[in-house]
Design a protein around this ligand. Sequence first.
Ligand code: 5GP
Length: 204
Amino acid sequence: MQEKGLLIVLSGPSGVGKGTVRKQIFSQPNNDFVYSISMTTRLPRKGEINGVDYFFKTREEFESLIEQGKLLEYAEFVGNYYGTPVDYVRETLDSGKDVFLEIEVKGARQVREKFPEGLFIFLMPPSLSELKNRIVTRGTETEDLINNRMLSAREEIEMMSLYDYVIENDYVEHACEKVKAIIIAEHCRRQRVEHRYIKVLEAE
Ligand code: 5GP
């Protein structure tokens, strides 16, 4: 029987750099995992492409996906919906490939409930002032939105206890190396692999 892939969830407070770390990881060759492109009702930012960065949906389309049970998880974040397509995730995991989600913390909590055996990695900002600095310099948000995001960030950091690993995003390169190392280690975790070797012993 085909062994299932590993569900990898990278999450953390808004503005910590989850997207940057994820893009950097996927820009490198030889990754054994695939990225699940999310759906959102947010408008595309400059340079973003439908079907590459997100599947951009209207509110009506998104709500219909929720009703049809097509989302593994979803959350409303700063006025927009974001969600993970369930069929893609399940089919890819069933085919034996690892799936990588980069999502905010409310969604990650829902995934934890449905896939407790997943690998949950929390990306942590070096400090709250550094986090604000990053959101401001990104320059895509209005003053009100920045304040909203900072309020959410405090609550989001308190959800760290739901995760298996915490990585401080001091330098993007370091954070990426750590994410990849954790994925490799997770594939060697005894609880995940011992059934293979028990089979080997039984066969002898
Ligand atoms: P942005 O608008 O900056 O692209 O994303 C805002 C937040 O939504 C980020 O924290 C990002 O990780 C999160 N996000 C992106 N896709 C999903 C998703 O499918 N589900 C959830 N719950 N959050 C997502």
